[in-house]
Each structure stands twice: as C-alpha cells, then as structure tokens.
Write a protein that binds this ligand. Structure first.
Ligand code: CP3
Length: 321
C-alpha cells in the first residue's frame, strides 16, 4: 500500500521535525524510520522504501520541489533537444542516499518482512520532466509524442538507462522485490502505450532477473493482454480493472491489488465486506492483496488496519475451508 505511512501521526511527527519531504527522503536514518512505521503500527507484511519516483529526474539533472498540499513541481522542464542532451544518465551512486536507506532498513527489519524497492516507469517520469508537475491532460508531454517522436524516444531511452542503473543498485543494496509505477499509463492510446511506454518497461524487466518485478500501470486496462507477455512476475491492478476479466487476460501473472482506496471511507463493516469481496473474486489465482492505488491522506488509521486484518484473517480461514 503506497503511502501507508503518511496517514500515521507518527509519520507526520517525523516529517515535521525533518522540516520537509526532501530532507526525509535524503536522510537514510529518517527514511528508514518512516519505512518501518507501517510494518510496526499497521502490520503490513512488506515494507516499501520511503523515497519518490522523482529522484531519477533529479539525478539526471532536473531538480524537483515538493510543495505542501500541491505535490511535486519542477522549476525547470525539458523543452528542446539541447535540454535532453544536457541530461546525465544517472548512475546508482548518484542515488547513494536511497541505497543507504535500503541497507539500513534491511538491517533494522532483520528479516521480519521483505523490502520493496521501486522506480517510476519511463513514460511517467518523462511526463513529469516535460510538464513540470501533475496535469489534467498531459498535453505538453503528449504533444512531443505527436510532433517529435524521435526526440521523445531519446529522452525515454536516457530515463530507461538511468532507471536500470538505479534499480540494479537497489538490488545490490538489498531490495527483495522491485515495483515499477506507471502512474500516467491511462492517458495514452493503446498504440502509443506500446510504443512509448511498454517498450521501455520491457527493457527494464529484461535487465532485471535477480529479483521479482511488479509492473503497475494505472489506467492501462487496454494493455492487460500485452502485459501478460512482459518478463515480470507480478502485475498490479487498479479498481477499474475487473478482477475475473483480469485473471483471464493475465493468466501468467501473480496479480496485485485492487481495492479502491475510497472503499476505506466506509464503516468498518463496509471495509470488511469490500475486502472479502475482493479476496473472493481473486479466488485461487496467485494474489497479493493491496489497494488499487495509494492511500489518500485523510483515510482513518483504523480503516486501514481493518483492511489489513481482514486480509490476514480471511485469507487463512478461506484457505482452510
Ligand atoms: O508509499 C510510500 O510511502 C513509499 C514511498 C513512495 C512515495 N511516493 C512517497 C511519497 C512511493 C512508492 C511514491 C511513488 C510516487 N510518487 C508515484 C507513483 C505511484 C502513484 O501514486 O501513482 C508518483 C506519481 C509520485 C509523485 C508524487 N509524490 C506525487 C504526485 C505526490 C503528491 C501527491 C500526494 O499523493 O500527496 C508525492 C508526494 C509523496 N510521495 C508523499 C509520500 C509519502 C506525500 C508527502 C506527504 O504528504 O508527506
């Protein structure tokens, strides 16, 4: 569950004392502390390293700022061939602070639960580097795909190489599993998604055979059959993707997801019912119970705990039946 930690008062306390989000991300001791909080307090059975997908553009030469209540912003964006030429290909050492946080977290977890490393998919990182932040239409990023596809491929290629170097570093540092987040998959047409996103996700999956890889492409319901052929072990689903249909389209994959994070706004009984409904729908197909996207910051802690407890209890009792 991405951002499971930030609903916790314990997280907000550490974040306040750090001063800002980036200090938290770049200080391994603090990143370790907030990575482990959801394991101790909520009882999740895996940890995800506290960082952000935007550390990659920063390591390539494009710094980001995290604005309160607004999200990430890039003061400078990519507009020309010269801008792309000036970007570095990131090396794992450029992100030493993340690698140190992984090492420290692994040591502190001491085998209690596995640690998930991650990166953004090249297409999602590309969108941020061109748009300079979130967007409703992503028209600037998409404009380049239509007007200068060769240039778009140059940038996607540099991001992909940087991401592979970074993920390899995460494996050496101790990540047990890697997840690739393609948050803006849903704004492309199926043809564009093949050409400008899946092609690069495939390259990343091909480069990584040391640990299992999860690919989560938000909104890419149209790409599920193609994703069944990716060399990755797990595919993440969002709540727009019907579970039975997804099992048919992705028979080769362990599936992860996919409860709507808004389902946790219901009563405890609602949460239990919706969670069981999800677990029943996955049936005996290999499944990693999760939400279909990150938690919203105003979700109540006891609802999240109820989701986790229901998964643990119901998975055991329904298996015994
Ligand atoms: O879940 C975790 O705590 C693990 C670390 C993690 C963060 N971001 C920390 C974070 C992970 C895996 C991410 C991934 C990420 N970051 C994605 C891909 C996944 C997705 O949600 O689609 C994206 C698109 C980003 C970029 C980003 N970072 C946005 C758009 C925002 C602001 C919007 C929001 O949801 O608040 C962030 C901020 C961010 N990254 C927070 C955290 C814990 C919230 C900061 C805070 O409130 O303290």
């Amino acid at each position: 569950m991405r951002q499971a930690g930030r609903i916790l008062p314990e997280y907000r306390k550490v974040r306040e004392s750090a001063g800002d989000f980036k200090t938290l991300v770049t200080t391994p001791e603090l990143a370790t502390e907030v990575t482990i909080q959801p394991v101790d307090i909520l009882g999740v059975d895996a940890a995800i390293i506290f960082s952000d997908i935007l550390v990659i553009p920063e390591a390539m030469g494009l710094t980001y700022e995290m604005e309160e209540k607004k999200g990430p912003v890039f003061p400078k964006v990519i507009q020309s061939a010269a801008d792309i030429h000036n970007l570095r290909i990131a090396q794992a050492e450029d992100l030493q602070y993340v690698l140190d946080a992984i090492k420290l977290t692994k040591a502190e977890l001491n085998g209690r639960v596995p640690l998930i490393g991650f990166a953004g998919a090249p297409w999602t990182i590309f969108s941020y580097m061109i748009e300079g932040g979130g967007s409703k239409t992503f028209s600037k990023a998409k404009k380049m795909l239509y007007t200068n596809p060769a240039l778009a491929h140059q940038l996607l290629d540099k991001i992909t190489q940087s991401t592979i170097n970074y993920l390899k570093g995460q494996i050496v540092a101790g990540a047990d599993l890697l997840q690739i987040f393609d948050s803006w998959a849903g704004i492309l047409s199926p043809e564009q998604y093949d050409e400008f996103s899946l092609r690069y996700i495939r390259k990343i999956c091909e480069a990584i055979d040391e640990v299992p890889v999860t690919v989560f492409a938000k909104g890419a319901f149209f790409a599920r059959e193609t994703m069944n052929l990716l060399p990755c072990k797990v595919v993440g689903l969002d709540w727009n993707m019907d579970i039975q249909e997804s099992i048919k389209m992705l028979p080769n994959k362990v599936l992860q997801g996919n409860l709507d994070p808004c389902a946790l706004y219901g009563t405890l009984d609602d949460v239990r019912r919706e969670t069981k409904r999800m677990l029943d729908a996955f049936g005996t197909h290999p499944h990693i119970a999760n939400l279909g996207h990150g938690l919203y910051p105003d979700t109540e802690v006891d609802k999240v705990k109820c989701f986790i407890d229901t998964v643990k209890e119901y998975s055991v009792t329904s298996k015994l039946k």
